[in-house]
Design a protein around this ligand. Structure first.
Ligand code: APR
Ligand code: PHB
Length: 393
């Protein structure tokens, strides 16, 4: 006989999306149960991106988890695009009046977990066989097992925050769900190194050998990436090989300040653009990576997830206050913004990477677009307003 539980909103996934949703709903007295197939230590150990839009900072402030972010985050008023060593700064502050904050997603996740545990959030970790059912009923259920015991949660709504490989999206019938995907013909090899960043701002570089990105986690910890073959393994890339290639792609001017050292984290991530429609089916809502994936070039993965949660938390809070307008329009409103952010991430990825199928003509088109951006304030502003984050709706 399964153990039975009841809640208002059952959240599948304790990544940034699920944690932020539970925090925002808890602040208005809405009860949630949060499920994850992993545990807190594993989830906090995942290395992810680290550039926050102002909208994300606002959401974390609203959630009451921005204290460390304000103390440790690095405000960046601009970033650089480089093309074969020629550098152009996108002055976010001058072009948009706004900026971004560099603060690792790992830290955001830790801050959210701290807040949820302090609030005695009901979690189920290390679970298996999660199955959302009765999605069209007013009492949907989520079945799962933990340590061999069967459980069933009855709720008003299910929030599918279980990422790209979760079960929530798959619970939407195939004759309803539409998906759109572009898999890029390369990956990103990323390292963490305890050395001061090569520049005080991020540098995105397009070089004949491939893309490189100089980022950071703090003033003493750098996060660097280079484009690699989709089939590469971490073992193919010694630190020495990485440093030589990274310096080449940044160009001599930027690389002059490069301080190398032993990496303590090295991983390869694939790149894809992906969108699932709709983001609601009955009383199941999708948010974050469960609904969409962006290539990391535009630093939008976490920010897009947070934007979904800002819309979904408002929809649920308003529903319980008697107003169903936002819950009825959630999928349409969220997808309208998702597609625009997918476009920006795809555009910057197309501009900055070496594509094996590209002819010399396409490479000249990349250089012409770079030159246009450097010479046109309007073109630079278009990049800047997407980078700092589009309006929520
Ligand atoms: N049952 C329970 N939990 C699951 C299941 C499942 N079947 N499948 C996945 N999960 C959990 C994962 O263990 C993970 O902790 O769902 C969580 C999903 O978290 P993320 O993948 O981080 O997705 P999201 O919270 O939307 O955050 C998006 O995280 O991965 C980055 O680049 C991404 O920055 C973006 C952000
Ligand atoms: C990172 O710091 O990990 C990072 C920054 C910007 C990106 C992608 C990743 O576009």
């Amino acid at each position: 006989m399964p153990q039975r539980h009841k809640t208002q909103v059952c959240i599948i996934g304790a990544g940034p999306s699920g944690l932020l949703l539970s925090q925002l709903l808890a602040k208005t007295g809405i009860h949630t149960i949060v499920l994850d197939r992993k545990d807190r230590a594993y989830i906090e150990g995942r290395v992810r991106a680290g550039v926050l839009e102002q909208g994300t900072v606002d959401a974390l402030e609203q959630a009451g988890v921005a204290e460390r972010l304000h103390a440790e985050g690095l405000t960046h008023d601009g970033f650089e695009l480089a093309f074969d060593g020629v550098r152009h700064r996108i002055d976010l502050k001058a072009l948009t009046g706004s900026a971004v904050v560099v603060y690792g997603q790992t830290e955001v996740t830790k801050d959210l977990f701290d807040a949820r545990f302090a609030d005695n959030q009901q979690f189920f970790f290390n679970i298996d066989d999660v199955v959302p059912t009765e999605l069209k009923s007013d009492q949907p259920q989520v079945h799962f097992t933990q340590d061999g015991a069967q459980h069933v949660i009855t709720c008003d709504y299910i929030a599918g925050c279980d990422g790209f490989r979760g079960v929530s999206r798959a619970a939407i019938p195939n004759d309803v769900l539409k998906t759109f995907e572009r898999v890029y013909p390369f990956g990103w090899l990323g390292i963490l190194v305890d050395q001061p960043p090569v520049s005080h701002e991020l540098i995105y570089a397009n070089h004949a050998h491939g893309f490189a990105l100089a980022s950071m986690r703090s003033e003493t910890r750098s996060r660097y990436y280079i484009q690699c073959e989709a089939t590469d393994c971490v073992s193919d890339w010694s630190d020495d090989r990485f440093w030589e290639e990274f310096a080449t792609r940044l160009g001599p001017d930027a690389a002059a300040n490069l301080q190398t050292g032993a990496s303590f984290e090295k991983s390869i991530a694939p790149l894809r653009s992906f969108v699932a429609e709709p983001m609601r089916y009955g009383n199941l809502f999708l948010a974050g990576d469960a609904a969409h994936i962006v290539p990391p070039t535009g630093a939008k993965g976490l920010n897009l997830a947070v934007a979904d949660i800002r819309l979904l938390s408002r929809a649920l809070i308003e529903h319980y206050a008697g107003n169903d307008h936002y819950i009825d329009t959630y999928s349409e409103t969220a997808l309208n913004r998702v597609w625009k952010v997918e476009r920006f991430s795809w555009q910057l990825s197309t501009l900055m990477h070496q594509f094996p199928e590209n002819s010399p003509f396409e490479r000249r088109m990349q250089r012409a677009e770079f030159d246009y951006i450097t010479e046109s304030e309007a073109a630079s502003k278009a990049i800047a307003e997407n980078y700092i984050g589009l309006p929520l709706e």
